[in-house]
Design a protein around this ligand. Structure first.
Ligand code: HEC
Ligand code: HEC
Ligand code: HEC
Ligand code: HEC
Length: 197
């Protein structure tokens, strides 16, 4: 009788010893994930399609549709045209899409850490929404988007001329004199006055 009690004690003791590391691991994982949730996450580039989900309708102002028809949407593809290859060749560049000297102005979030690009992001989108409005992972939810100041706290940028001249400047090999009012007119995508208000 006493022997079997001792044996049971042994089994329980050894069992606990085996389980302990896992218990500690789980506790540790829970603690770290809680901490990760507390810290504000670095905003990621989510790609134009994500914005398009809400910014496509007539009522919202069809920003996505207007953008798709704009030169910015084909900025990446442009780098594969014969004209681009010719410009590049003269500068000793073989593939403009692979060269920082061209790609930095022809796509979104060029050169940022790969971790800051969500799986939904595609380099082919060219000059997308987030070039001008900031990476959207933290502000793109309906609750935040509906509150302009909350959206801005979460990274939404209301761009102006300074945003444009990061690319529209004499470092562009095909530079056309940039006049904000004129250029902006060609890409404007306002929310209709009556929308949601
Ligand atoms: C879940 C739906 C939703 C998604 C996704 C979304 N938006 Fe919005 N966005 C809205 C709504 C709703 C408004 C507010 C419209 C209004 O004020 O009438 C808004 C407003 C805006 C505004 C105007 C802010 C202001 O008040 O001046 C900008 C700029 C904007 N969104 C950009 C983006 C970009 C860029 C993305 C993608 C990263 C995006 N949105 C994704 C729903 C969305
Ligand atoms: C990330 C770089 C970048 C930024 C920022 C940018 N653009 Fe552009 N833009 C381009 C590129 C690249 C093209 C050429 C696209 C093509 O033709 O394939 C272009 C073309 C244009 C064109 C057409 C010009 C033409 O001659 O046909 C207009 C208009 C324009 N942009 C307006 C603006 C405005 C307004 C802003 C700021 C609100 C802006 N862009 C910000 C890169 C940029
Ligand atoms: C400083 C930003 C910038 C860099 C760097 C850049 N581009 Fe562009 N690219 C633009 C802008 C902005 C436009 C729109 C027209 C303009 O103002 O030049 C454009 C337009 C173009 C066009 C369309 C031509 C047209 O008339 O609209 C081609 C082709 C092109 N770029 C090729 C290249 C190649 C090839 C390289 C690298 C050797 C390059 N770009 C580097 C900003 C840039
Ligand atoms: C080349 C830069 C550029 C790109 C790309 C761009 N926008 Fe904008 N966007 C602007 C500028 C500039 C304004 C005007 C800001 C202001 O109100 O002064 C604006 C305004 C807006 C507004 C508010 C309009 C209003 O009436 O208040 C919305 C919504 C918006 N953009 C959504 C988008 C979405 C969605 C995309 C992508 C599909 C996009 N934008 C792409 C530059 C850009």
């Amino acid at each position: 009788m006493r022997e079997s009690v001792v044996r049971v004690g042994w089994v329980v003791g050894v069992g606990l010893l085996c389980v302990m590391p896992f218990v500690i691991l789980v506790l540790f994982a829970v603690a770290t994930s809680a901490r990760a949730q507390d810290a504000p996450r670095s905003p990621q580039y989510v790609g134009v399609e994500k914005c398009g989900v809400c910014h496509k309708s007539e009522k919202q102002g069809r920003q996505f549709v207007i953008w798709q028809a704009s030169p910015h949407a084909k900025a990446w593809a442009e780098l594969a045209t014969p004209e681009a290859l010719k410009i590049a060749k003269a500068k000793g560049i073989d593939d403009p899409q692979k060269s920082e000297k061209c790609a930095r102005c022809h796509t979104t979030g060029y050169g940022v850490d790969a971790k800051l690009k969500a799986e939904t992001f595609k380099v082919e989108e060219g000059v997308g929404c987030e070039v001008c409005h900031g990476p959207g992972s933290n502000y793109k939810t309906m609750k935040i988007m509906k509150d302009k100041s909350l959206a801005m706290q979460n990274g939404l940028i209301i761009p102006d001329e300074k945003t444009c001249v990061k690319c529209h400047n004499a470092e562009s090999p095909t530079y056309k004199k940039f006049v904000f009012a004129e250029f902006y007119k060609q890409i404007t995508h306002p929310i209709p006055k009556e929308a949601g208000k």
